[in-house]
Design a protein around this ligand. Structure first.
Ligand SMILES: NC(=O)c1ccc[n+]([C@@H]2O[C@H](COP(=O)([O-])OP(=O)(O)OC[C@H]3O[C@@H](n4cnc5c(N)ncnc54)[C@H](OP(=O)(O)O)[C@@H]3O)[C@@H](O)[C@H]2O)c1
Length: 296
C-alpha cells in the first residue's frame, strides 16, 4: 500500500497547522507490525491536537490518531501474522514522528488482538473513551462499592467517557445521576439509564468543603471545582474514579504562585503583604501567603 491518507500536524513558519495529506510507506515510523487501518475514532486528545487548543503535541511533524482497529499486513513479530485483526488505543502510536493515518507501523506491544465477538467497528465505537469508563467502573467495584451502596454521580455525562460510564453503571444495576451542561441531552442520558439529571452549574461553582452526603461514588471526567464539590458530597467510605479535567485546573494563571525572591519559598504576588521569610528572617519579602482561592 503506498500513497495513503493521513492528517499531519506541523509547526513551522506558517505556525501550528494540521493538513490532510497523502503519505508514503517511507514516512512510517519503525516497528515490527504493519497494519491497514479499517476503523478509527476521533478521541478527545485528537481534537486537542488537531485544533492546537492544548500543547499536547511535543514533536513535529506528527500524525494524530490514538485509536484504531485494522488488519495486519506484515509482521516480523511471532504474535501476529498477516490477516490478524488487531486493535490499538491511546498508547503511543500518535507520539512518534511519522506514524500515519490509514496505514500504521509500530511495535507489537502497542497493539492487541481484537477480542473475539467484537467487530473493528464496534471496538472503535467503544474506543479508549469507553475503555476508560470501564476502568472507572472496575475501580469503584474494587473499592467495595456495589449497586446497593447508593447512587453514583457521573460528571461530563454526555461526553465520550461519561456517556459510556452512565450506560455501563445503569446496565450493572446502579442508580446513576448524570451531570450535564446540556439540558437537550437529558433524554439521551435517560435512554442510557440515568435516573437523575443534574445541571452542571450546580457543581461548577465553589461550594463548602463538607456538603451533605449525597452519592456513594462518582466517575468524574471534569476535574477542577466540580471534582471538589463531588468529593465533598460523597458518603463515608465512598469512592471517586477521577479520570479527566475537562473543566480545567483549579488554579488559574492569574493566581499562579511565584517563588519568594529571598528564599524561593512559594509566595503569592497578589497578596501584597510584606512578611518575614521564615528561612531568611533578616530579609523582608513580599507575601509568603500560600492561601489558595477558589476560582470565581
Ligand atoms: N477520551 C478518552 O479516551 C479519555 C481517556 C482518559 C481520560 N480522558 C479525559 O477525560 C476527560 C473527558 O474526555 P471525553 O473524551 O469524555 O471528552 P468529551 O467527549 O469532550 O466530554 C467532556 C464532557 O465534559 C463536560 N464539560 C466540558 N467542559 C466542561 C466545563 N467547563 N465544566 C463542566 N463540564 C464540562 C461536557 O459534558 P456535558 O456536555 O454533559 O456537560 C463534555 O461533554 C478529558 O479530560 C480527557 O482528557 C479521556
Amino acid at each position: 500500500m503506498t500513497g495513503f491518507e493521513a492528517i499531519r500536524i506541523d509547526k513551522d513558519e506558517k505556525g501550528y497547522h494540521a493538513d490532510y495529506q497523502t503519505m508514503e510507506d517511507a514516512d512510517l515510523m519503525p516497528g515490527d507490525v504493519e497494519i491497514a487501518v479499517t476503523h478509527s475514532t476521533i478521541n478527545y486528545k485528537d481534537g486537542l491536537a488537531v485544533t492546537g487548543k492544548a500543547p499536547i503535541v511535543r514533536r513535529f511533524p506528527m500524525v494524530p490518531g490514538v485509536d484504531f482497529a485494522g488488519r495486519v499486513i506484515a509482521s516480523t513479530h511471532k504474535d501476529f501474522a498477516p490477516g490478524d485483526l488487531v486493535v490499538a488505543g491511546g498508547c503511543g502510536w500518535e507520539r512518534r514522528i511519522w506514524a500515519a493515518g490509514r496505514k500504521r507501523r509500530g511495535f507489537r506491544r502497542l497493539a492487541g488482538p481484537l477480542p473475539a465477538g467484537l467487530s473493528p467497528a464496534q471496538a472503535m465505537a467503544i474506543g479508549t473513551a469507553g475503555l476508560t469508563a470501564m476502568l472507572c467502573v472496575i475501580a469503584l467495584e474494587r473499592h467495595g462499592l456495589a449497586p446497593e451502596s447508593g447512587a453514583i454521580v457521573v460528571t461530563g455525562a454526555s461526553g465520550g467517557v461519561g456517556s459510556v460510564a452512565v450506560a455501563l453503571l445503569a446496565r450493572l444495576g446502579w442508580r446513576v445521576a448524570a451531570v450535564t451542561g446540556r439540558p437537550e441531552e437529558a433524554d439521551y442520558l435517560k435512554g442510557l439509564g440515568a435516573q437523575e439529571i443534574i445541571d452542571r452549574a450546580e457543581l461548577s461553582l465553589p461550594g463548602k468543603p463538607l456538603q451533605s452526603q449525597r452519592f456513594a461514588g462518582a466517575v468524574d471526567t471534569v476535574g477542577s471545582v466540580t471534582l471538589a464539590n463531588v468529593l465533598s458530597q460523597i458518603q463515608f467510605d465512598g469512592a471517586v474514579a477521577a479520570c479527566g479535567n475537562a473543566q480545567g485546573w483549579i488554579c488559574r494563571p492569574a493566581w499562579r504562585l511565584s517563588s519568594c525572591a529571598a528564599c524561593r519559598c512559594w509566595a503569592s504576588r497578589r497578596c501584597g503583604r510584606v512578611l518575614r521569610c521564615a528561612a531568611r528572617p533578616g530579609r523582608g519579602s513580599r507575601a509568603t501567603s500560600t492561601r489558595r482561592r477558589w476560582p470565581g
